[in-house]
Design a protein around this ligand. Structure first.
Ligand SMILES: [Zn+2]
Ligand SMILES: [Zn+2]
Length: 454
């Protein structure tokens, strides 16, 4: 059978609209809509037969029940649904009513064709509505992870909209001690602020054990600027609550849920956060990032550089300290899970490398020591020896008690490449305005990076 014979057999099941007719031949030729294909075949058959051409009103089509006349309408509904949301990429999905799926098969089978010939109704609907959404909203279709996902539920007569999260990468410094990285709900009242009907004494009714957190001092600002519903902080590991994070800072990503604005001005955002955080926390190198940056920040192995204030139990001289540190540099340290670490963690001996060890004595009993070590190295125990559970240790090598009295992390670095890989960044808005118009490449910063700490 020729293509015209097939078209005649399909069109004979009158009324079948041009789009439904042409969809059976969707894999023939390019640069045509299915409606083009259907109309052309109908005309060609009429010419071939020398019969009058009888166009079919799409609304009356029994196969799609007139849906193929609704592309513009659905596109307008999509655009309306996001009229207050700025985005760059989208994708359209369609839920086909079961009856239409059955009609599709019946149309083909009755004409003696493969029931799956051509393409699915939903493929055409996605594409035709999608093209129109793109034109109306001046955005681009994206099949990977679009900013906005539209789902057309034809039977329910509803457009569902999922606005996917936006991500901002940066590095933070924590300039004060006793600030946890993420919000720390009070365990005595499970974060409610109440024990029974009484205000919780432990947290004074706030629900939080610590009033500030790096998350609490940064994420709400990003949420507000992007006009999202919520925000979540993802850190490249974390330092102890009582350790500061200084130097080049620690990489993080703030995820904003359902943002109405994405291409924000990150320089301005940086200023906003730093003003809000009031000197307790500082951020820098902010850049718009991809979804994949969350996994990178959380998963990339990282080494850390620490600065520790150390107090000795007995007098230590310069040479002894220098010798002990030289001994530690390049050493592999065996650490049995420290006493202070969460008891729910499995006890095990881990091996971690010390890449660099430097230090300077302040007096016979005090020194400042800088250690650059592999991720997971316990620094307090590296200094104290943890009653023999860490070997070798600074205390062990010196033969005196040694204790960390203050600890800072001064650098977090990716072991295999920088955290700040260009492939994980998006363009930011330029200066000024509301940050939605022009775009430029935002050129921030150096690189370093991160991971689990202690
Ligand atoms: Zn139709
Ligand atoms: Zn409480």
């Amino acid at each position: 059978m020729s293509i015209l014979d097939d078209a005649r057999a399909l069109a004979a099941q009158d009324p079948v609209c041009d789009a439904c007719l042409g969809r059976v031949f969707a894999d023939r030729s390019h640069g045509l809509t299915n409606e083009d294909r259907g109309r052309s075949l109908r005309i060609a058959a009429a010419l071939d037969d020398d019969e009058p051409h009888e166009p079919v009103d799409t609304e009356s089509c029994w196969v799609c029940e007139g849906r193929c006349a609704e592309f513009d309408e659905w596109a307008a509904r999509c655009a309306d649904a996001v009229s207050d949301t700025a985005f760059d990429t989208y994708q359209v999905g369609t839920r086909t009513p079961p009856l239409i799926e059955e009609n599709e098969e019946l149309l083909r089978e009755t004409a003696g064709l493969d029931p799956e010939a051509g393409e699915l109704f939903k493929s055409e609907f996605n594409r035709e509505v999608g093209k129109r959404v793109g034109r109306r909203t001046d955005t681009t279709v994206e099949f990977g992870r679009p900013d906005v996902q539209f789902t057309l539920d034809l039977e329910a007569d509803r457009v569902e909209v999922d606005v996917h999260s936006a991500f901002v990468y940066g590095r933070y410094r924590k300039l004060e001690r006793d600030i946890p990285q993420t919000e720390w709900p009070c365990s005595d009242c499970d974060g409610s602020g109440y024990v029974g009907k009484q205000q919780c004494e432990t947290c004074e009714g706030t629900g939080y054990l610590y009033q500030d957190s790096v998350e609490g001092l940064t994420a709400p600002v990003v949420r507000d600027v992007m006009d999202g519903t919520d925000a979540k902080f993802h850190g490249a590991g974390r330092e102890d609550v009582d350790a500061r994070m200084l130097g080049t800072g620690r990489p993080f990503v703030i995820e904003v849920m359902e943002p109405r604005r994405r291409r924000v001005d990150t320089e301005r955002l940086e200023g906003d956060i730093n003003a809000f955080a009031g000197g307790k926390v500082e951020v820098e190198g902010l850049r718009l990032a991809t979804y994949e940056m969350v996994e990178r920040v959380k998963g990339l192995d990282a080494s850390k550089r620490y600065r520790a204030e150390v107090e000795f139990g007995d007098a230590v001289d310069d040479d002894a300290l220098a010798d002990a540190l030289a001994e530690l540099e390049g050493a592999t340290i065996e650490q049995y899970t420290p006493h202070r670490v969460d008891h729910r963690r499995a006890n095990l001996t881990r091996e971690r490398s010390v890449y660099e060890a430097d230090g300077e004595r302040e007096d016979a009993y005090h020194a400042t020591v800088e250690i650059h070590g592999e991720g997971g190295l316990y620094i307090k125990e590296l200094v104290s020896g943890d009653e023999g559970r860490t070997e070798p240790s600074l205390a062990g090598l010196l033969g005196v008690d040694a204790e960390v009295t203050a600890l800072d992390v001064v650098g977090v670095y990716g072991e295999e490449g920088d955290f700040e890989d260009e492939a994980y960044f998006l363009e930011s808005a330029v200066d000024g305005g509301d940050g939605m118009d022009d775009e430029s490449t935002d050129d921030a910063g150096d690189a370093d990076a991160p991971n689990a700490a202690e």
